[in-house]
Design a protein around this ligand. Structure first.
Ligand SMILES: Cc1cc2nc3c(=O)[nH]c(=O)nc-3n(C[C@H](O)[C@H](O)[C@H](O)COP(=O)(O)OP(=O)(O)OC[C@H]3O[C@@H](n4cnc5c(N)ncnc54)[C@H](O)[C@@H]3O)c2cc1C
Length: 599
């Protein structure tokens, strides 16, 4: 079936056809090779150091070792993933880039170093650069001759990134911007040659962006930050003291830097989720191996229900997030190609295709990072005392994972963004048709009084629709009651964001299973396990949605409205009659037998 992209956020009031959704099982052999190359690189160059040694690496003391791995990755051409072939890169599509990021995850701190080079540090030039800028910088970035960094955050401007004080003033000759300011938490900053710097020109309200070379002079670096995790990744303060930046190094348009920064973060966000998928698969492998071999009370600990519960849960989360990540990535690629066919420039196609899926990227960032942190936490628990030791690498994963809830926009900011972006697309830019949303909700609600039908997973799909309808009903009711005050009622916004996320990820998981069911060559056993994982993810998501819905309703509604909304919530989130214990056990047994998340 011919696939076409869908509007970002439209999943909330439409039901996608499985045939039109991309699933990870459809990656080609070439795409899988990319994943394999990165995974093998990490095993050869990073894991071979020993996990204990890795856990004690320090970006300052072990700088040479970090740079050695950085250079080896360059020699394999890994930095060219997002760079077009004409500038020395591999010109991969976005979804393959996500697969690459999944593979990076096994590299712990090095994943951050390489990820910064291939993502936030170089994409601003790939997406927004002029032809001259691309020709000048991208070939050297692709070969690793130039290491890159992205400088947005300042001591006084974190989540409120547009409030930065770094200033650029054109010199009297009109040849150079003179840059002054201070940037904080700059990944790769300790050895970067290129700094993508966001600063305001004169007294502009909005940021602009600049390509700044270290060789321009006037750049001073702070000491390496002493961090909780990702210790081998360089993170420093960067001071710009009268740095002369040639006028032609203004990146994109004046005053459009903030939009650029946000759009680059859209890509960074989905990549955090892709990395999370890689990290979670790694976690399943480690815990499955340990659960099979660690004996207590005369049995491997994997025999105990409490351990199976954890492995089954992590696997289900991995499956759902993986489904959502690559579904979204494929939509970015489809939209990109459609825009090119419609006559847009390469830059416009890259920028607009990414921007389109801001909602999905934020959802994936939040849920992916939280699931990754949960995986690392539960992995420590499964390892018991050994999980607390540096020897096994599990405590390192726990410390390393934690940052993913903070950078690329904190999870609080991203939860608010999902709802804010939805409102904007629905009521301001009108990119989402209100009429479709209005007709979807009553149909979804009414369907609850009809038999589910006999098509595969009909009951589950109805429950997914119910999550969407509930989101629309509660968002509409909260919006009508609180109006512009809703943005300040953040506790309610967070609840609505969680219901929205539950809808996207449960749908992604079931669409994948349905598509697999229609493939004659799919292994019956694998499809069965994938279906079980989707079911457990739905079961858990319904719990999350129930809690979120009652919190929201109790917080904003009163009287008859509260009564009605509670009744509607009860109808839309009715109990899901599966046996979660048995299903989780079956999932866990499958992966323990396989020794990891392997199909
Ligand atoms: C290891 C590391 C690497 C990093 N790498 C880079 C990099 O390469 N380049 C770069 O530019 N930055 C980088 N950062 C910065 C990172 O993006 C910021 O730390 C992040 O955006 C949060 O900003 P902040 O730390 O100032 O926290 P704050 O903005 O001060 O937030 C503190 C808390 O308040 C909450 N909060 C803030 N505003 C609101 C609001 N309006 N409503 C509700 N809650 C709110 C936040 O969610 C958070 O919980 C890095 C940070 C770290 C720790």
């Amino acid at each position: 079936m011919e696939r076409a992209s869908v509007a970002g956020g439209s999943f909330l009031f439409t039901r996608a056809e499985p045939a039109r959704v991309f699933i990870p099982e459809e990656f080609t052999q070439e795409q899988r090779m990319i994943l394999q190359t990165v995974t093998e690189f990490m095993e050869r160059e990073v894991h071979s150091m020993g996990l204990g040694r890795l856990a004690s690496l320090d970006a300052e003391k072990d700088r040479e070792l970090v740079l050695e791995v950085f250079r080896k990755a360059a020699s394999l051409g890994l930095y060219g993933v997002s760079i077009d072939e004409e500038y020395g890169g591999m010109g991969l599509d976005f979804n393959t880039g996500l697969l690459f990021t999944e593979g990076l995850a096994g590299g712990f701190s090095f994943a951050t170093t390489i990820g910064c080079q291939t993502s936030i540090g170089s994409l601003p030039i790939v997406w927004y650069g002029t032809e001259e800028q691309k020709r000048k910088y991208l070939p050297k970035i692709a070969t690793g001759e130039y290491a890159c960094s992205y400088c947005l955050t300042e001591p006084g401007a974190g989540s409120d990134a547009n409030s930065g004080k770094t200033r650029a003033v054109l010199n009297a000759e009109g040849t150079h911007y003179i840059l002054n300011g201070q940037k904080m938490w700059i990944t790769n900053g300790g050895f970067a040659d290129i700094f993508i710097v966001f600063a305001k020109i004169d007294d502009d309200e909005k940021l602009s962006a600049f390509i700044v070379e270290k060789s321009f002079g006037g750049i001073e670096l702070g000491k390496e930050e002493k961090k909780m995790g990702i210790k081998a990744s360089s993170t420093v303060m960067v001071y710009f003291n009268n740095v002369p930046v040639p006028r032609e190094n203004l990146l994109g348009e004046r005053g459009k830097g903030f939009n650029m920064a946000l759009n680059i973060l859209n890509s960074g966000r989905i990549k955090i989720a892709a990395g999370g998928v890689g990290g979670m698969k790694f976690g399943i492998r480690k815990t499955a191996e340990y659960a099979n071999t660690r004996v207590q009370f005369g049995k491997p600990i994997g025999h105990f229900g409490a351990i199976k519960h954890k492995i089954g849960t992590i696997a289900a989360q991995t499956f759902a997030i993986e489904s959502g990540v690559y579904r979204t990535g494929a939509n970015v690629d489809l939209r990109h190609d459609e825009l090119l066919r419609a006559g847009k420039t390469t830059n416009e196609a890259k920028i607009n295709s990414m921007r389109e899926y801001a909602i999905e990227c934020a959802i994936l960032k939040v849920i992916g990072s939280e699931a990754m942190c949960n995986t690392a936490d539960e992995a420590i628990q499964i390892f018991g005392g050994m999980g607390y030791s540096q020897e096994t690498g599990v405590e390192m994963a726990y410390r390393d994972a934690r940052i993913t809830r903070i950078y690329e926009g904190t999870n609080e900011i991203n939860r608010m963004l999902t709802l804010g972006e939805f409102y904007k697309r629905m009521f301001v830019t009108r990119e989402l048709p209100v009429s479709l949303a209005k007709s979807f909700v009553p149909r979804a609600v009414l369907r609850n009084w009809l038999p589910a039908g006999s098509s595969p997973l009909a009951d589950e799909l109805r429950r997914v629709d119910n999550l969407k309808a509930l989101f629309m009903i509660l968002t509409g009711a909260a919006g009508a009651r609180l109006r512009e005050k809703l943005v300040d009622e953040q506790e309610i916004v967070m609840c609505l964001a969680d219901i929205m996320s539950a809808a996207y990820l449960t749908e992604s998981a079931f669409l994948r299973v349905l598509k697999l069911m229609s493939k004659p060559d799919a292994s019956e056993k694998e499809v069965h396990i994938k279906k079980l994982m989707a079911q457990i993810y739905l079961y858990d998501s319904l719990e999350v949605a129930r809690r979120a819905a009652s919190y929201a309703v109790d917080s904003f509604a009163a009287g008859w409205q509260k009564f009605l909304l509670r009744r509607v919530t009860g109808l839309l989130l009715k109990p899901y009659p599966i046996n979660p214990k048995n299903i989780r056990r079956e999932i866990a047994d499958y992966f323990m037998e396989k020794g990891g998340y392997y199909f």
